[in-house]
Design a protein around this ligand. Structure first.
Ligand code: HEC
Length: 201
């Protein structure tokens, strides 16, 4: 910049452009309401070994009570669940960073938790499932995920997580792979919602 006038013009141009791009961090978003009350899919008792029936029934009750389907069923986060693919993962992701800080948030997609071996939890052990539920850890014990509300499930008893695991494994396998998580700062066309806690700094 050779002289002050050029500098002032430059600043004015930058301001004008910034004004055009966006007038607020949530400008490009619409409000949605996940007002969904979902029954957990029921299991045909005859498909379950007699000694496991009570446990699977308890698992169904727990999954309904703890609202697992709201995140893990496609559409439920927008109040329009696809009950034909109940628990088979959500193509709508959940942002885990604040809309105020990042134009392109990090996004995770609640995975398929039906019994499909390849795309669901069919191959997971009781221990792996209880770690996912109570500690938010992935199949290999990797660090806790950011959105799965495991602190609310951390005090479940071993019997309860075993009941949930048996129930999930009794669900019909649905083959469905959710989209890949989106890294913070990466531009995406994926569909996602925001929720979380924000506090004043
Ligand atoms: C608020 C939304 C939400 C709710 C409610 C929720 N989950 Fe999750 N869950 C997630 C997300 C998101 C992930 C993936 C985390 C990641 O990728 O870091 C996940 C991961 C998992 C995993 C690991 C699966 C995998 O393939 O990695 C299991 C198992 C699981 N959840 C089971 C449950 C169960 C059982 C319940 C109810 C007791 C439940 N979740 C409730 C959002 C949720």
């Amino acid at each position: 910049m050779k002289n002050p006038l050029t500098l002032i013009l430059f600043i004015m141009t930058v301001q004008a452009c910034a004004g055009e791009v966006s007038s607020g961090p949530l400008n490009d978003y619409e409000e949605v309401h996940a007002t969904t009350i979902l029954d957990a899919p029921s299991i045909d008792e005859n498909d379950v070994a007699p000694d496991k029936r009570d446990r699977v029934k308890r698992g169904e009750y727990m999954v309904e009570l703890l609202g697992c389907g709201t995140c893990h069923t496609n559409g439920a986060l927008e109040g329009d669940p696809d009950t034909d693919r109940h628990m088979a993962g959500s193509d709508i992701g959940i942002a885990y960073t604040s809309p105020l800080d990042n134009r392109y948030p990090g996004v995770v997609f609640p995975p398929n938790i039906t019994s499909d071996i390849e795309t669901g939890i069919g191959g997971w052990s009781d221990e792996q499932l209880s770690m996912a539920i109570r500690e938010g850890r992935g199949q290999h014990g990797d660090k806790p995920g950011l959105v799965m509300p495991w602190p609310g499930y951390a005090k479940l008893s071993d019997d309860d997580t075993a009941a949930i695991s048996d129930y999930l494994r009794s669900l019909d396998p649905i083959r469905h792979k959710v989209p890949k998580n989106v890294a913070l700062g990466q531009r995406t066309n994926a569909s996602f919602v925001y929720f979380g806690f924000y506090r004043n700094k």
